[in-house]
Design a protein around this ligand. Structure first.
Ligand code: ATP
Length: 269
């Protein structure tokens, strides 16, 4: 399922937050959205999953006009893991995940054996089956995050939108969840903060700066020292990780940068 975001702009409280952004996620590709705090990643994702209405532009998923389609129509295709998972009412973990089946049901349809099977499978996948009877509100941040992902998996989406899916997760679950999402083989658009993880898992990156796409391409072409310095205002060295062969980023503290530049200047003179 292919996602096309065409010239989307979002204005909130009279501020232009997303400015004419276009992007594409081809079927089966894992695409990352990266950028500094407040650059507009979540707002852009919310406009894709219909929580925020763009002031201009269009969102097309597999030929369906997402902005005009009903929420149920979109939910049959698209699973979402948002950034905040708070609820006013308490549900059990199993009930939360069962909600993922709602888009596939008619009003008053009972839960089928297949629904129950998909819920068990999703809970098993994220390691939350032993806590199926627990109250959702009593869970830790990482446990909640895994339940919300299980709900999205039970939905059997053909496209996933993830807003910082590894937020709150310890390293085991960060790696497990990203590997799992990648193994689904469906189109994924995910906002990620960890640039090394983004490089390891994403086929393609869009880097956002102040509401606009600043750079896009394969991770190695986007995650360069120059671009990271321009957008994140942090100096770094890019290297090939000798163990994994993946892209490594060594961040340099500003004091150390100044010291190494001074040392380099002394060597030159
Ligand atoms: N409802 C709103 N009204 C006014 N401003 C908003 C609203 N929602 C978000 N913003 C502002 O829009 C900007 C972009 O926010 P957004 O949450 O999209 O950023 P982000 O890139 O996801 O940031 P982070 O990495 O910190 O999660 C921020 O300056 C934020 O304060």
């Amino acid at each position: 399922m292919r996602l096309d975001v065409n010239d989307v702009s979002v204005t909130l409280a009279r501020a232009d937050i997303v400015k004419s952004v276009s992007l594409r996620v081809e079927d089966g590709r894992f695409v990352g959205l990266i950028g500094p705090n407040g650059c507009g990643k979540s707002t852009l994702l919310k406009s894709i999953y219909k929580v925020v209405r763009p002031s201009a532009g269009g969102v097309i998923l597999d030929g369906t006009d997402v902005l005009r389609a009903s929420p149920k129509t979109v939910a049959r295709m698209m699973g979402v893991v948002g950034q905040f998972n708070e609820l006013s009412f308490d549900f059990t973990v199993r009930e939360m995940v069962l909600m993922g089946r709602t888009p596939h049901k008619k009003l008053l349809d009972a839960d089928s054996a297949e629904d129950e099977r998909l819920v068990e499978e999703a809970l098993l996948t994220v390691g939350m089956l032993p806590m199926a009877g627990r109250s959702f509100l009593s869970l830790s941040g990482g446990e909640k995050q895994r339940v919300v992902l299980a709900r999205a998996l039970a939905q059997q989406p053909r496209f996933l939108v993830l807003d910082e899916p590894t937020n709150h997760l310890d390293i085991k679950y960060q790696l497990q969840i990203l590997s799992l999402v990648k193994s689904l083989g469906i189109g994924v658009l995910a906002a990620l903060h960890d640039l090394e993880l983004a490089a390891a898992y994403c086929d393609h990156l869009y880097l956002v700066k102040q509401g606009r796409i600043y750079a896009e391409g394969p991770p190695r072409s986007v995650l360069t020292r120059e671009i990271i310095s321009e957008v994140f205002e942090v100096d770094c060295q890019i290297y090939e990780n000798p163990v994994t062969g993946g892209l490594g980023i060594a961040y340099l503290e500003s004091g150390r940068v100044a010291a190494s530049e001074a040392a380099a200047a002394r060597t030159r003179s």
